[in-house]
Design a protein around this ligand. Structure first.
Ligand code: SF4
Length: 374
């Protein structure tokens, strides 16, 4: 229900040209490509933020999710060598690493003792790791810590496992699910359009392949997240096109649990002359995500690793209803020079959410409630 006077209060601060868009959003009609461009081109952040916050409250209420989780990046040796990536190393580099199964289990054990309910496991395209290594990893973690959700392997890693093993991506997904995979992260999407992908990551799977692996995963009961990497060489059209492609897939599968905008950190990467995003850009993408996905992808995540905890808190009043978790040890964005913390405590997350006037809800990796902190 639209609160009395809400539309009028928006109109007071409205650019006339935004009024049809406001009508569309408040009338529950989906935004199209031109609407998306209008949001990105507008400077009226306060109006658009209020609109996105209104839709968030209407669809998701006052509750904001967070997870006590741990990231495990099992290797940084990668065959793909994406131009935007500062994380990968080549075999033999002094700081190249691959974790053994016992190291991974040690980290899972530490996470379990800290009360984590989710492991986020992603790595790189390391030719020395067979599919059986990943199956054993999942089986062991699942057997020891059945309460822990295992969110693991991007669509890019799944495609690489399938290629190395000589089997279909569907078979890889089925085997990993049998071994204990709960859900998948949304990485590797970057920008789905081929023009940008050719320059960012020419060796990576195409945008269409990324979407097709996600569709397969959803069809066999593996939900996933979706991401966008912005703030590099993309245009506004590329961003809107990316979101609309995700929305199309979501309408078919309903398998995306959360959407996570990731701002690009250019330092130490191969992309020269790129400035990265501003705080204004960051909030605009959160706002646009909520307005485009409305009730179709339930959760829009404020990823404090790239936003910083302060801006992440502000995002919670501009369309986000989900805050990245404790993480414990973030390696990938920090390899590119991020100056944000590598970990936040559960209390930090609760405080950020409460400061934004919202109710913290600890979640599992499939968004069941663990505890409401009201
Ligand atoms: S982004 Fe992923 S696939 Fe690309 S080089 Fe980095 S680790 Fe490898």
């Amino acid at each position: 229900m639209i609160p009395a006077g809400f539309k009028e209060s928006l109109a007071c601060s409205s650019d006339r040209e935004l009024e049809p868009l406001i009508d569309k959003v408040l009338g529950d009609r989906p935004l199209d490509f031109e609407d998306g461009l209008m949001v990105l081109e507008s400077k009226n952040l306060s109006l658009l933020g209020a609109l996105a916050d209104h839709i968030t409250l209407q669809r998701r209420g006052e509750r904001v999710f967070f997870a006590v989780n741990r990231h495990i990046n099992y290797t940084n040796i990668c065959d793909s060598k994406c131009n935007f990536c500062a994380y990968y190393r080549e075999e033999g580099d002094i700081d190249a690493y691959t974790m053994s199964l016992s190291e991974i289990l040690g980290l899972a054990d530490e996470a379990s003792r800290m009360g984590a309910r989710e492991l986020h496991i992603v790595g790189a395209l390391n030719p020395s790791l067979p599919l059986s290594f990943f199956e054993e990893m999942l089986e062991e973690i699942h057997a020891r810590y059945p309460e822990m959700g295992i969110k693991a392997f991007t669509a890019v890693e799944i495609a690489y496992m399938a290629e190395r093993e000589g089997v279909s991506t569907r078979e890889v997904l089925l085997r990993l699910k049998r071994a204990g995979l709960t859900c998948m992260p949304g990485g590797g999407a970057e920008i789905l359009g081929e023009r940008v992908r050719e320059r960012l990551c020419p060796e990576k799977i195409s945008g269409e392949e990324w979407l097709s692996i996600m569709e397969e995963a959803h069809s066999i009961g593996i939900p996933s997240n979706a991401t966008i990497l912005y703030g590099h060489i993309e245009t506004y059209s590329d961003i809107v096109d990316h979101l609309l492609r995700l929305r199309d897939l979501q309408r078919r599968t309903h398998g995306f649990q959360a959407f996570i905008p990731l701002s690009f950190h250019p330092e130490k990467t191969g992309l020269k002359g790129v400035r990265g995003s501003t705080g204004f850009d960051d909030l605009k993408i959160i706002i646009l995500s909520r307005l485009i996905f409305a009730g179709e992808i339930d959760n829009i995540k404020a990823y404090w690793v790239t936003l910083g905890p302060k801006l992440a808190g502000i995002a919670l009043r501009n369309g986000a209803n989900d805050l990245e978790g404790t993480i414990i040890e973030e390696r990938i964005t920090h390899a590119a020079g991020a100056r944000t913390p590598t970990s936040l405590s559960k209390e930090d997350l609760i405080n950020i959410i409460r400061d934004a006037g919202r109710v913290p809800v600890e979640r599992t990796s499939t968004y069941e409630t663990v505890k409401v902190y009201d």
